[in-house]
Write a protein that binds this ligand. Structure first.
Ligand SMILES: Cc1cc2nc3c(=O)[nH]c(=O)nc-3n(C[C@H](O)[C@H](O)[C@H](O)COP(=O)(O)O)c2cc1C
Length: 335
């Protein structure tokens, strides 16, 4: 059995968590990953100011279903008052944890002083965290940060200490600067430094794609939990792989047939949960279909075809063709 860690009052299996990913890790995605053993999930980021002014998308973004727990709802914002107000609204959806995004690099978010812009203003980051902690009461508040704004201003340690002093219950660190966006290699050294500097749990994130890289993150940083983002694209079973490795169990990855079954189940879930018509919902499922076909013979061509899917029936037919292609290829190589 895997160990557990505690974030505030919340117990989490010490295996691997699913990272928040706007536009990717929606409810269907989170449920798929949780089903395959993700220890913890975080919602797509939600604008604190946005939910204070309009409740149009609040329920869709903040609802936490039982299958997703333990789960955090993630907020971004640059004003302590709006953050506190937003926390109170989000609490009605009973999240296990409230997470604050201080790592998002995109100009639309950074331009408002939120996301990774807060790495440049530690006193404000601390005030926002303190306001959220006060509003959240018993619900733990965590913060997700980067290593710094740019290579000349690596300040994750100073930031983490200030956030801990403001009452944060855990810190997730993505070992890249804002300037790196998602390129270059994530630095696990900074995660180790943060872990050594604070006494709250530290979650290590960046470039974990399989059991070996998850174990390396634990070993190199001493972190309390690892978090996987892009490494779960089309591979929700990566969480099962990490868990098996941590427990010293053998792990057999799903066969092509099983992968296609998982893909179709994921697509069905997306279509069922979407308020949109099948064709529009299928547009959102296309990239997922393409990810499930990654890394196989002929997958480049199939990925292109995924981007033309407009119904579930087409996805089913394409999965059948994909399985056939892999099987023909296998017979050819062994025949
Ligand atoms: C498409 C996409 C959307 C993301 N959205 C969020 C978000 O809403 N909140 C957040 O804190 N991080 C977000 N991230 C960053 C990830 O949570 C994670 O920190 C980053 O991808 C590095 O981890 P990885 O190498 O395992 O992907 C996003 C990343 C991607 C690729």
């Amino acid at each position: 059995m895997a160990d557990t860690i505690k974030i505030g009052r919340v117990s989490i299996k010490k295996t691997a968590a699913l990272a928040p990913m706007a536009g990717v890790a929606d409810r269907a995605y989170r449920l798929m990953c949780k089903e395959f053993g993700a220890a913890y999930a975080v919602s797509e980021m939600v604008s604190a100011k946005g939910i204070c002014y309009s409740d149009r998308k609040t329920a869709e973004l903040c609802t936490v279903t039982d299958g997703e727990r333990p789960m955090a709802v993630q907020l971004f914002g640059s004003e302590p008052d709006f953050m506190a107000e937003a926390v109170k609204i989000v609490l009605e959806y009973e999240p296990d944890i409230i997470d604050i995004n201080m790592g998002c690099p995109v100009p639309k978010v950074v331009g408002t002083g939120a996301g990774s812009a807060l790495m440049k203003d530690i006193p404000l980051a601390a005030d926002i965290t303190a306001a959220a902690v006060k509003a959240a009461g018993e619900v733990p508040v965590t913060v997700k940060i980067r290593s710094g704004w740019n290579a000349e201003s690596i300040n994750a340690v100073e930031m983490a200490k200030a956030l801990e002093a403001s009452g944060a219950a855990a810190i997730a660190v993505h070992g890249r600067t804002r300037d790196q966006f998602y390129s270059g290699k994530a630095d696990s050294g900074i995660i180790r430094e943060v872990k050594a500097a604070v006494s709250i749990p530290v979650i290590g994130n960046g470039d974990i794609t399989d059991a070996a890289s998850a174990l390396a993150m634990y070993e190199q940083t001493g972190c309390d939990l690892v978090m996987i983002g892009r490494g779960s694209y089309g591979r929700p079973f990566v969480f099962e792989e990490v868990e098996a490795a941590l427990e010293g169990r053998e792990y057999a990855p799903p066969t092509v047939e099983e992968r296609m079954e998982i893909m179709l189940r994921h697509i069905r879930m997306m279509l069922d949960m979407s308020p949109k018509c099948e064709e529009m919902a299928m547009h959102e499922a296309r990239k997922h279909a393409a990810w499930y076909m990654n890394g196989f013979y002929g997958s480049a061509k199939f990925r292109g075809r995924c981007y033309q899917l407009s119904s579930y029936a087409e996805a089913e037919a394409l999965a059948g063709e994909f399985i056939q292609l892999q099987s023909d290829r296998m017979h050819k190589s062994f025949g």
